[in-house]
Design a protein around this ligand. Structure first.
Ligand SMILES: [Zn+2]
Length: 307
């Protein structure tokens, strides 16, 4: 794809990525992740000297994960705020998301009365990457900036089925959370895989890779609560090393085919991440099994990565 044809979030992220590659070298991730807070200050001062981001700060913003706010007096001073008690990994993605709003949407946020001195972003938008419109754009920007595909694909080829060790190493490389890492991988993997985030035996949300979705392997968590199968590690509260390594689950535990399941618990966020690896290319997707409504709803919810 040539640069001019790319959607703007990807184009802007690619511009900064190129600049960072030029300054720090193509192998910069071997030495550490993007210092996104510093980048926000320096890059904004560069592109908008009269209205830069002047601080990146932790604040108590109930119900929100992050925000991009501006001062009333002109010239504007902008600030990125991230909510209290985020792990370093979550914080990095939050700051990346808000920097995305600054780079892509600051004029609109200033001009539109619908925004009250800034934009406030919730968990659904930032952590689940399930927002729409400008929320989706800010997520795409953050993911591309912090985890560029050209480097990610080298770490994890598209046909590989990673375990939590491999995914954890990559999360560390990019300084982001395990969840953000898996969501990024699910965007390009050619394997059929699914991530499920649960608590107390119920799935709160799930995300499938494109190939998994096309073969009907997804969970509906939008308007309904999905109870985990009894044999699932998370349902059995089995968070042992064996759960992290994983096991083969028989046909009909999760789906009408066997699946390799692994589970990792985060005490900090009181939730479990279950990863399912399906074998092969799987059964052909039978369109008539699902109503168009369901399919459309999944596309609208961003469950299906539209190319
Ligand atoms: Zn946002």
């Amino acid at each position: 794809m040539i640069e001019a044809d790319r959607p703007r979030p990807l184009k802007e992220a690619a511009r900064i990525t190129k600049m960072l590659d030029a300054v720090f070298g193509d192998d910069r991730f071997d030495r550490g992740p993007v210092d996104v807070a510093r980048l926000a200050l320096e890059y904004s001062a560069n592109i908008e000297p009269n209205g830069p981001i002047h601080e990146v700060v932790e604040r108590n913003i109930p119900g929100c994960i992050g925000a991009l706010v501006y001062s009333e007096p002109r010239p504007r001073q902008w600030a990125i705020m991230y909510h209290l008690n985020q792990s370093a990994g979550r914080r990095a993605f939050t700051i990346g998301h808000e920097l995305g709003h600054y780079v892509l949407h600051r004029r609109m946020i200033e001009d539109d009365d619908a925004y009250d001195h800034g934009i406030y972003c919730d968990e659904n938008s930032i952590i689940r990457r399930n927002g729409s419109g400008i929320e989706k754009e800010a997520d795409e920007f953050a993911a591309a900036l912090l985890m560029p595909f050209h480097d990610f694909r080298k770490q994890l080829p598209a046909k590989e089925r990673p375990d939590f060790d491999a995914l954890g190493r990559i999360a560390k490389r990019y300084g982001v959370s395990l969840t953000a890492t898996i969501l990024r991988w699910l965007e390009y993997t050619e394997t059929r895989a699914m991530m499920i985030v649960s608590n107390e035996g119920f799935a709160h949300w799930a995300k499938s890779s494109g190939p998994a979705f096309k073969t009907g392997r997804y969970l509906k968590t939008k308007d309904t609560v999905f109870e985990l199968p009894q044999q699932a590690f998370a349902a059995r509260r089995d968070y042992s090393d064996a759960a992290t390594v994983g096991t083969m689950q028989a046909t009909h535990v999760w789906f009408p085919e066997p699946v390799f399941e692994m589970c990792f618990r985060s005490d900090r966020y009181d939730q479990e991440i279950t990863l399912l690896h399906f074998e092969g290319e799987g059964p052909r997707y039978q369109g008539e099994e699902e109503t168009p409504d369901t399919f459309d709803r999944f596309i609208q919810n961003g469950q299906f990565p539209v190319p």
